[in-house]
Write a protein that binds this ligand. Structure first.
Ligand code: ADP
Length: 290
């Protein structure tokens, strides 16, 4: 099973004639609300990849719809707290006529997760279960340390990148996933070389160029070329890739095979508009012909 300590956001898209300037009040032409947050996206991806997924997180009382939607997507939501005094994390996404966007992100309840909630959730885990964390919640280091002590397989997606957060969890990690930009930031801001980290397995995703897997125990690295697809919308590709990769591994696949599956899911995802709601399921990935 996978325990995912992760963010849950309401993604609020406003279609505006142009991005508002200082002092300007602007009427939006339409508004749509979707489920988002890297954490929620990864839980949905892992559940669609047929893993057992328990999401650890928090929403405000205005976010029970998001919790419900995760439940409908097959995610165990018992460890998602509903906090009366907090606002659900949200992203206000203004999109202009050219598709250019400007985003305001408010973490809300995602930053108020308690140690006791994390502790209670992880105490239900079995030896060898996966703990997944990203960087859009609090309690990452607490969870990573406890997960390691419990014999969990601890995986971290270093997004959005923050050097101090990576360094806090690094000693506990079995698996680290970074995109190309985050890998460059890691080297620039910490002086650590991505091919020589104290983490058994590191995967660097490279968008349309595929990904690289570095195994620091065997001292090997392997490049995987991406599938060629028509790109419609790249949002959510990385979250889908990570959810699939960890689901594959958690279900017993060797890492190289789990990467192969994740690359198919990531490629299929970029052919679709949207995020959590359109992440492909295992059958679609297997029947995609990729
Ligand atoms: P992020 O969204 O975190 O920046 P990437 O863009 O590196 O992540 O994408 C993650 C994975 O999704 C890639 O390693 C690749 O397998 C797949 N992918 C992303 N973009 C494309 C693309 N244009 N064509 C094919 N596969 C893609």
């Amino acid at each position: 099973a996978i325990y995912n300590l992760g963010s849950i956001n309401a993604d609020l898209f406003y279609q505006v004639p142009h991005l508002p300037g200082p002092g300007e009040t602007l009427a939006a032409k339409s508004m749509t609300r979707g489920l988002g947050g890297k954490g929620a996206n990864m839980s949905v991806a892992a559940a669609r990849a047929a893993a057992l997924v328990s999401h650890i997180g928090a929403v405000g009382s205005d976010g029970t719809w998001a919790r419900q939607r995760l439940l409908e997507y097959g995610v165990d939501t018992r460890h998602i707290a509903v906090m009366d005094q907090q606002s659900t994390g949200h992203a206000v996404i203004n999109v202009d006529e050219d598709g250019e966007n400007a985003i305001v992100l408010f973490p809300g309840a995602n930053a108020e997760i308690t140690e006791s909630a994390v502790g209670q959730a992880l105490s239900e885990s079995a030896n060898g279960d996966t703990l997944l964390i990203q960087n859009e919640t609090n309690q990452q280091a607490y969870a990573a340390k406890m997960g390691k002590e419990l014999g969990m397989y601890v995986a971290y997606a270093a997004a959005p990148f923050d050097a101090a957060s990576v360094q806090a969890v690094l000693p506990y990690l079995d698996f680290l996933i970074l995109n190309e930009v985050e890998a460059a930031q890691l080297t620039e801001e910490t002086g650590l070389a991505v091919d020589n980290l104290p983490v058994a397995d590191v995967v660097i995703t490279l968008g349309a160029k595929g990904c690289r897997w570095i195994n620091s125990i065997e001292k090997t690295s392997q490049d995987f070329p991406a599938h060629k697809v028509d790109v419609v919308d790249t949002t959510g590709a990385g979250d889908t890739f990570t959810g699939y990769l960890l689901a594959g591994r958690d279900r017993g696949m060797p890492i190289a095979q789990a990467i192969g599956l994740a690359m198919k899911a990531g490629a299929l995802m970029v052919t679709r508009e949207g995020t959590a709601d359109v992440i492909p399921d295992l059958k679609e990935v297997q029947e995609s012909g990729l």
